[in-house]
Design a protein around this ligand. Structure first.
Ligand SMILES: [Zn+2]
Length: 157
């Protein structure tokens, strides 16, 4: 008998995603490069704390979780779009090579970095983000809408 409720499944999923995110952040912090002067200035306007700790890692494709449960869930709730251009995991930001140093994309990801900080780290961010994607959908998730709006404002200056 399967006694799991959807909420239990969401919690299990979030825990798996958080483990994966911590590993990926560690990789970016080891292999990535610091923000440029302009990116640092944007990060300060966005409200990122300790922007000097942020690292960008240029990749051919943003990594996707290998765990089958996460892969299926990511596809079903669009936690990760089919071919994301970037992905922020608190201080570690993956940037797809064709968008390397793309100001608008990096500003968007830096808003997510600020959200990780505001919400208290990787696990609380993912709890909120996954819940929002599962309920209102990825494009309408408030954390996503905030990133879109703030990045547009920062880049219009
Ligand atoms: Zn986003």
């Amino acid at each position: 008998m399967d006694g799991q409720t959807p909420i239990d499944q969401l919690e299990e999923l979030t825990a798996l995603a958080a483990n994966w995110a911590v590993e990926q952040e560690r990789r970016v912090l080891c292999e990535g490069v610091p923000l440029s002067e302009r990116e640092l200035a944007d990060a300060k306007i966005i409200g990122v704390r300790h922007p000097e700790r942020v690292r960008l890692l240029r990749v051919e494709a943003v990594p996707i979780p290998a765990h089958p449960l996460l892969t299926a869930a990511a596809a079903s709730i669009h936690f990760l779009t089919a071919a994301p251009r970037g992905l922020a995991l608190e201080y570690g930001i993956f940037v797809r090579s064709d968008h390397w140093r793309d100001r608008a994309l990096i500003a968007h990801e830096l808003v997510h970095t600020a959200q990780f900080q505001r919400l208290g780290g990787i696990l609380p961010f993912l709890q909120t983000y996954i819940f929002q994607c599962a309920t209102v959908g990825y494009p309408n998730a408030p954390l996503e809408l905030e990133a879109v709006a703030t990045a547009a404002r920062v880049c219009s200056d």
